[in-house]
Design a protein around this ligand. Structure first.
Ligand code: ADP
Length: 351
């Protein structure tokens, strides 16, 4: 029965800073033991969402259920079960050892501390004898981040929330932090929610990717958000320039909306030769009425499905299409390759 209760269920969450609404999530469930990747541009609301999930911030409106029970900000019962690691580690002005046992001390858990600290440090690739006695200021940025991670892992958390944890650390530390987070999920069934610009990592580890834009979430994975403004081409059709002389048409929204979404599944590709583009304003329903020429900038393997997420740059915009490995080899795709994207003006969602 409890098997199906999600780790989190967010209901009608809105969060405001002052008068500006930065999150608006109608309904979101995060399954226990899952790995969720959060992707979105700076300022889209990822950190705010992670703070809400960490019960470190009270939402302005709405409810958060944790393991089926409504929970509140700073609830003591979940303080050490749910833990957040941010980009800049916060360490107490004490030794590494003291930092790592801090959470255990609060729980009055004093068993085999040395052994557990040793294991926790090893889990992030640091030797006890070399690091345990060091003061907080005798660490590089990457080492400090690894110590902060060890301080969380020693608690065997039910949830580990990672907010750009490897954005400002050296490559070795990044590798150790990535490894330690996956190990937590494997060993203890820890639920992970990760915000990172390292898409290669996110795609390779996460079960689900949530794309977040202007505080709204698309549960169906990474989608192509086309930010406004748009030009009015006719009463029912809007036009968007790509910044490199190309443009495309979109069916106008029915109510006021600032941004358009073109789902990956609605974009097809071709590589052979430039298809004919009609110069007329489209009427909708033809999958090739918009044709854009772009270049593949990166290709990422999606863990679950073995699909290849292919990111294509078109002027100022970037589009993601999801391909099967066979398509990648038959089209001979590689970063730098020119490719044509085709989609109908009709297959648009507005947000
Ligand atoms: P992200 O993590 O995706 O960069 P954030 O959640 O940090 O996004 O920010 C979302 C929006 O909320 C941004 O516009 C940001 O400027 C604003 N914001 C974040 N924290 C605060 C705060 N403490 N007070 C006021 N505005 C904030």
């Amino acid at each position: 029965m409890t098997q199906n209760v999600p780790a989190y269920h967010l209901k009608k969450i809105q969060h405001y800073y002052g008068r500006s609404k930065v999150l608006d999530i109608k309904d979101l469930k995060i399954p226990k033991g899952s790995i969720t990747g959060l992707v979105g541009p700076n300022g889209s609301g990822k950190s705010t969402l992670l703070k809400l999930l960490g019960f470190a911030l009270e939402p302005t409106q709405g409810e958060i259920f944790y393991n089926g029970k409504k929970e509140y900000c700073f609830s003591p019962s979940i303080r050490s079960r749910v833990t957040l690691l941010t980009q800049t580690p916060y360490l107490l002005k004490r030794s590494v050892f003291e930092n790592i046992i801090y959470g255990l001390k609060i729980r009055n858990d004093k068993k085999e501390l040395k052994n557990r600290v040793k294991k926790a440090l090893l889990g992030v690739g640091l030797e006890y004898d070399d690091f345990a006695h060091r003061k907080w200021h005798e660490l590089s940025g990457g080492e400090a981040q690894r110590v902060a991670m060890a301080a969380r892992l020693i608690l065997k958390p039910e949830v580990l929330l990672l907010d750009e944890p490897i954005a400002s650390v050296d490559t070795k530390s990044a590798r150790q932090i990535r490894k330690a987070s996956i190990n937590a999920q494997k060993r203890w069934g820890t639920t992970l929610v990760i915000a990172s610009h390292d898409l290669q990592w996110l795609y390779s580890v996460s079960d689900t990717q949530l794309s977040i834009f202007n505080g709204q979430i698309f549960t169906s994975g990474i989608e192509n958000v086309i930010p406004g403004p748009f030009e009015k081409a006719s009463e029912k059709i809007w036009k968007k320039g790509t910044g490199n002389g190309q443009s495309f048409f979109l069916k106008a929204p029915e109510k006021k909306s600032d941004n358009a979404v073109i789902k990956k599944k609605h974009i097809s590709i071709c590589v052979e030769k430039k298809p004919e583009l009609s110069t007329k304003i489209p009427t909708g329903n033809s999958p090739t009425e918009n044709i854009l020429s772009g270049h593949v900038v990166s290709m990422l393997l999606e863990k679950k499905s073995s699909h290849i997420m292919t990111i294509v740059s078109v002027g100022d915009l970037s589009f993601t299409v999801r391909l099967v490995p066979d398509q990648v080899s038959s089209f001979g795709l590689h970063p730098g390759k020119e490719i044509y994207l085709m989609f109908s003006s009709d297959h648009i969602n507005w947000i």
